[in-house]
Design a protein around this ligand. Structure first.
Ligand code: THU
Length: 126
């Protein structure tokens, strides 16, 4: 699967976002080593801090289905800037794969890519 194809899945997943407060839909598509892809969207809550980001939604779906070997994640947000994973999502992703390829897109579909270790160096872990 190409980066563009993974990103298309992320953009489609954003269509399911529950965003009555921010009105900012985000979609993620997380690819596993065996080629399985789990998508996610942001799910907001009236208690704002309980909001779940699209990336963590995808991670939780994957782990709960027995997948922890992640190789790539694509993130799409309807923004002018590239929709980079927030700090919490970087930490959660780093739990499973420091070598993850992170693809971040903006509303017009253009994207950039980084290794996760560049986005979160010296990550916390036991
Ligand atoms: N959001 C994500 O889904 N992923 C990120 O990495 C950054 C932020 C969501 C959370 C909230 O629903 C909205 O974007 C605005 O912060």
């Amino acid at each position: 699967m190409t980066d563009q194809e993974l990103l298309d899945l992320a953009r489609t997943a954003a269509g399911k976002a529950y965003v009555p407060y921010s009105h900012f839909p985000v979609g993620a598509a997380l690819e596993c080593a065996d080629g399985t892809v789990f998508t996610g969207c942001n799910v907001e809550n009236a208690a704002y801090g309980d909001t779940i980001c699209a990336e963590r939604c995808a991670v939780v779906k994957a782990v709960s289905e027995g997948h922890t070997d992640f190789v790539r994640i694509a993130v799409w947000g309807d923004s002018r800037g590239y929709c980079m994973p927030c700090g919490s999502c970087r930490q959660v992703l780093s739990e499973f794969s420091a070598d993850l390829r992170v693809i971040a897109a903006r509303g017009d579909g253009s994207f950039v890519a980084f290794p996760l270790r560049e986005l979160l160096p010296h990550t916390f872990g036991f």
